[in-house]
Design a protein around this ligand. Structure first.
Ligand code: DSN
Length: 405
C-alpha cells in the first residue's frame, strides 16, 4: 500500500484485534473472501435504481450481483421467492429500519417498540432518533420481576394504543422471542381507519446468524417485514437487508414496492456494490452446514459465560440467555460498579465489552448500571465453553479488584 499512514493504522488495528478478547455482541470477524469482495472494484460502480431498472449504464454485472445476493439471502433463511421480496441496498441498519417506517407508517403515526433501557434500539422510535421525532413511540419494556417479555401486557398496550407498526427485535435482550405471540398481538390491534391489525416488523440484527443456523426462533412465519444488519452474528460486512412479505398491502399498494421506494429514491442514492458483494459472500457462508455448528456454539458459549459469572456472584439480567448476548448487572445488585468503569477496567486488561443500560435503569445511558457481553466474535475464533469459563473467571477477578462485592 502506498499510503503508509493508513497502512500503519491498519497494522495497529490488526494487532489490537488479534490481542484482545472481543465480547462485543454486535461485532464479528469476517472471512478473507468477505473482505476481498467488500474491497473489490464493484465499489467503483454507480448503480442507482434496482436490477434491470438503473439510472446509469454499465450495470450488467452489478445486476447479476444484486440478484445473486437477493437469492442467497432467501436461501440462507429458507425462504421462497414467491413469498419474500428482498432489498439488499440499505447501507446499514438505521436506514433499513427508517425506510420501513417511511413506507408503512404515516408521519405522526405510532411505532410500538422496546425502550432503550430495556434493550430496544435507537431506531425503534426513541426520541433522540429521527424515528422518535417523525413518529410517536409506544414504549414497552420487560416484566420488572422476570426481566423477560410479558406478552399479555404487550397485548393490552397494543390494543389500547393502536400502533401502526410493532417492532419485535432488540439490541440488548438476551432471551428467545415468541414471534407467534407478537403476530397475535399485531393482529389484535384495531386501527381507527378500520384496518384490522398493525404491521409486524422484526429487527433480527443481533440474532440473524443464529436464525440462519437454526439456533434461534425464525421470525419469517409471522412477520410482515424482517430487517437485519449483516455484520453481527451473520458475520458479514457492515450492511443491512430488508425482507418484505409479497402480497401484503397498505391500501392498494404492495408493501415491498413501498419499502423499495423508501430506500431508493426516498432515503439513499446509489447502492454500495462492494458492500453487496461482501454480503453475498457472507450469505453463502451462512447457508453452509458448518455455519449451523457455529450458530449453536455461539449460544452454548454465551450460556457458559453467563452461568460461570452467575456462579461467581454476578447478577445476570433475566437469569440467563438463549441468544448471542447477556447482560451483567454491575451496579444495581449491590456490586457498586458503574458500567462505564467496568468497561474501562476490562479494556485495560484486554477484554472488550460495552457498558449497557439494564431493565429498571437508575443511571444514564452514558454511564449505566451494567455491561453487555456476547460470544459471536470469540466463537468465530474457535472458542468453546471451557474457554468461556476461563474468560468469566478473568472478568470476575478484574471487576472485583476495588469493588464492594
Ligand atoms: N450498535 C449496535 C449494537 O451494538 O447492538 C446496534 O446497532
Amino acid at each position: 500500500m502506498k499510503d503508509k499512514e493508513i497502512q500503519k493504522l491498519i497494522e495497529k488495528e490488526t494487532a489490537r484485534q488479534k490481542k484482545v478478547i472481543n465480547l462485543i455482541p454486535s461485532e464479528n470477524y469476517v472471512s478473507k473472501d468477505v473482505l476481498t469482495a467488500l474491497g473489490s472494484i464493484f465499489d467503483n460502480k454507480y448503480a442507482e435504481g434496482y436490477p434491470k431498472k438503473r439510472y446509469y449504464g454499465g450495470n450488467t454485472f452489478t445486476d447479476e450481483l444484486e440478484i445473486l445476493c437477493q437469492n442467497r439471502a432467501r436461501k440462507a433463511f429458507g425462504l421462497s421467492d414467491k413469498l419474500w421480496h428482498v432489498n439488499v441496498q440499505p447501507h446499514s441498519g438505521s436506514p433499513a429500519n427508517l425506510s420501513v417506517y417511511l413506507a408503512l407508517v404515516p408521519p405522526g403515526g405510532k411505532i410500538m417498540g422496546m425502550t432503550l433501557t430495556a434493550g430496544g434500539h435507537l431506531t425503534h422510535g426513541q426520541k433522540v432518533s429521527i424515528t422518535g421525532k417523525m413518529w410517536n413511540q409506544v414504549p414497552y419494556g420487560v416484566d420488572p420481576k422476570t426481566e423477560k417479555l410479558d406478552y399479555l401486557a404487550l397485548k393490552k398496550l397494543a390494543r389500547k394504543e393502536k400502533p401502526n407498526l410493532i417492532v419485535a427485535g432488540f439490541t440488548a435482550y438476551p432471551r428467545a422471542v415468541d414471534f407467534k405471540k407478537f403476530r397475535e398481538i399485531a393482529d389484535s390491534v384495531r386501527l381507527p381507519a378500520g384496518r384490522q391489525g398493525a404491521f409486524l416488523m422484526v429487527d433480527m440484527s443481533h440474532v440473524a446468524g443464529l436464525v440462519a443456523g437454526k439456533a434461534y426462533n425464525s421470525p419469517f412465519l409471522y412477520a410482515d417485514v424482517v430487517t437485519t444488519t449483516t455484520h453481527k452474528t451473520l458475520r458479514g460486512p457492515r450492511s443491512a437487508i430488508i425482507f418484505s412479505r409479497k402480497g401484503k398491502k397498505l391500501g392498494d399498494k404492495e408493501i415491498c414496492v413501498l419499502i423499495d421506494k423508501a430506500i431508493f429514491p426516498g432515503l439513499q442514492g446509489g447502492p454500495h456494490m462492494g458492500q453487496i458483494a461482501g454480503v453475498a459472500v457472507c450469505l453463502k457462508e451462512a447457508a453452509a452446514p458448518a455455519f449451523k455448528k457455529y450458530a449453536k456454539q455461539v449460544v452454548k458459549n454465551c450460556q457458559a459465560l453467563a452461568k460461570e459469572l452467575g456462579k461467581l456472584g454476578w447478577r445476570i439480567v433475566s437469569g440467563g440467555t438463549e441468544s448471542n448476548l447477556l447482560l451483567v448487572d454491575t451496579w444495581m445488585s449491590g456490586k457498586g460498579l458503574p458500567g462505564k468503569e467496568a468497561e474501562a477496567k476490562l479494556e485495560k486488561a484486554g477484554i472488550i465489552v460495552n457498558k449497557n443500560t439494564i431493565p429498571g435503569e437508575t443511571r444514564s445511558p452514558f454511564d449505566p448500571s451494567g455491561i453487555r457481553l456476547g460470544a459471536g466474535a470469540e466463537t468465530t475464533r474457535g472458542r468453546k465453553e471451557k474457554d468461556m469459563i476461563k474468560i468469566a473467571r478473568k472478568i470476575d477477578t478484574i471487576l472485583r479488584n476495588g469493588t464492594k462485592g
